[in-house]
Design a protein around this ligand. Structure first.
Ligand code: BES
Ligand code: MN
Ligand code: ZN
Length: 496
């Protein structure tokens, strides 16, 4: 899909679909009034008749004659005094699905920002691009014959912005498009079945990104990891016939003297639970247990696509968690790369086992910050549901940056505490720690486990168990938290 920006009159743009914003209670935007005049009051007539209240996200179509656009869609934004970025996002999502279902090819869209700030205009532009790009996403790589989905006509979006220079508007659109491409990659990788998306497959994907965008790539197989002493990582992959992979992808857009920001992704390409086998219901969804890794690759792609002047390293801890004669057993004790020993009481708490060695590995980069992203605990879904990612950090400034980036990108997270009382739940009788912390506060104790491997680093953890994919009839990866992570990194640039 093509996106462009304009700052002049919407009615002067070319296209076969004009989107007009409307507020309830008759307060219209200038562009709405202008179009209404040309249409001799056809728009206001409909509102006056009481047939349309302009509730946020409500749309209606009009096919006027003698008008520069063959179709017009009026998009309700609710009451003017209640209009906010959140309302705009809701309306934009609904607009995206309306446009997707139409035969419109080129849509000209000019919506008012909620507040008169640059930040709000930028966020709205980003929301539009992500929603429109996302609405046309489909994953039907494995559907043979005729696909039952309707062909999508929408291919060209022209976004109107006011109170901003054209150069700035274009830059925002370019960044948002790159973000959307990163989200798309994360969705694509997540949706791949487990028999295709293996650790080696993820390595191949990283290779492709490295080649296309000039990133540096290094991968460690099991032999190399064994040599280093990454035994907690290997304790997970050893029951699988698929070889575990540590993927190291470096984007160097910044000065060589700038320290890198490191992203670490959990890449369990299928999580059966291992010997602590999971129940069968919905186990297929454990193909999504590599969505943290997918978000790392997606974010790197977005940043590289933008050519952002920043240094970012993506580490992907890729392995398959299987039961087998040689798989790890409950009670096994292994020595991590950090030298600390871990008693594996539950082989289904495997994410933290691959992550802890990867976090230790990351210390060599002396990261400016390090954020790991993982579908780590079912408990996070209990705590925050499917709207919000869990976030824990050993540094309040970093935590705030992630909260802000979530808010700004509409891809929100919420902080949980990392207090010492919780950490004690991990004490073991036989090793330096155990890999589970008992029934309560599962998301927190999982993060406490990771925190034992991040001392001296400016670290945060995102638990995306509830946000990385949706279940049910619309089952599919969401591409989250690529928007949050990309925004977080971009904010680093503006901070100087
Ligand atoms: N990948 C799962 C977490 C998960 C479960 C994410 C369901 C999304 C939906 C993780 O490896 C896991 O199995 N965690 C266990 C930890 C427990 C054994 C302490 C869990 O959440 O049950
Ligand atoms: Mn598990
Ligand atoms: Zn898992």
């Amino acid at each position: 899909m093509k996106f462009s920006a304009f700052i002049s009159d919407a009615l002067e743009q070319k296209g076969d679909c004009l989107v007009l914003p409307a507020f309830s209670e008759g307060q219209a935007e200038p562009v709405f009034d202008q179009a209404d005049q040309v249409l001799s009051g056809a728009l206001t007539a409909r509102i006056k008749a009481g047939d349309y209240q302009a509730e946020a996200g409500k749309t209606f179509w009009l096919y006027p004659e003698g008008f520069p656009f063959s179709r017009v869609v009026v998009l309700g934004l609710g009451k003017r005094q209640e209009y906010s970025l959140a309302v705009a996002r809701k309306a934009v999502r609904s607009l995206a699905s309306t446009l997707k279902g139409s035969a419109a090819k080129t849509a000209v869209i000019s919506l008012p920002a909620a507040a008169d700030t640059e930040e709000d205009s930028r966020a709205l532009t980003e929301a539009l691009v992500l929603a429109l790009h996302g609405a046309t996403y489909e994953f039907n790589a494995y559907k043979s014959g005729k696909s039952d989905s309707k062909k999508i006509s929408l291919s060209n979006i022209k976004l109107g912005l006011s109170n901003v220079a054209l150069k700035q508007a274009r830059e925002w659109v370019k960044q948002a498009r790159a973000m959307a491409i990163g989200v798309e990659l994360a969705k694509d990788l997540g949706n791949q079945p487990g028999n295709v998306c293996t650790p080696t497959f993820l390595t191949k994907q990283a290779k492709k990104i490295a080649k296309d965008h000039n990133l540096e790539l290094e991968t460690l197989g099991e032999k190399e990891m064994k040599k280093l002493g990454m035994n907690t990582f290997l304790s997970v992959s050893k029951g699988s016939t698929e070889e575990g992979q540590l993927i190291i992808l470096q984007y160097k857009g910044g000065k060589s003297s700038d320290k890198s920001h490191v992203l670490v992704g959990k890449g369990i390409t299928f999580d059966t639970g291992g010997i602590s086998l999971k129940p069968g219901l919905n186990m297929d969804e454990m193909k999504y247990d590599m969505c943290g890794a997918a978000s790392v690759l997606g974010t790197l792609l977005a940043i590289a696509e933008m050519k952002a002047p920043i240094n970012v390293i993506g580490l992907v801890a890729a392995a398959e968690n299987m039961p087998a004669g040689n798989a790890s057993k409950p009670g096994d004790i292994v020595k991590s790369l950090s030298g600390q020993t871990v008693e594996i009481l539950n082989t289904d708490a495997e994410g933290r086992l691959v992550l802890c060695d990867t976090l230790t590995y990351a210390k060599r980069f002396e990261p400016a910050s390090i954020v790991d992203i993982a579908t780590l605990t079912g408990a996070c879904i209990v705590a925050l549901g499917h709207h919000t990612s869990g976030m824990l950090a050993n540094n309040d400034e970093l935590a705030k940056e992630l909260l802000d980036a979530g808010q700004q990108s509409g891809d929100r997270c919420w902080q949980l505490p990392l207090w010492p009382e919780y950490n004690e739940q991990l004490n073991s009788n036989f090793a330096d720690m155990q890999n589970i912390g008992g029934p309560g506060a599962g998301t927190i104790t999982a993060a406490c486990f990771l925190s034992r491997f991040t001392e001296g680093m400016n670290w945060a953890h995102l638990d995306i168990a509830g946000t990385a994919w949706v279940s049910g009839k619309d089952k599919g990866a969401t591409g989250r938290p690529v928007p949050l992570l990309t925004r977080y990194l971009l904010n680093k640039l503006n901070a100087g």
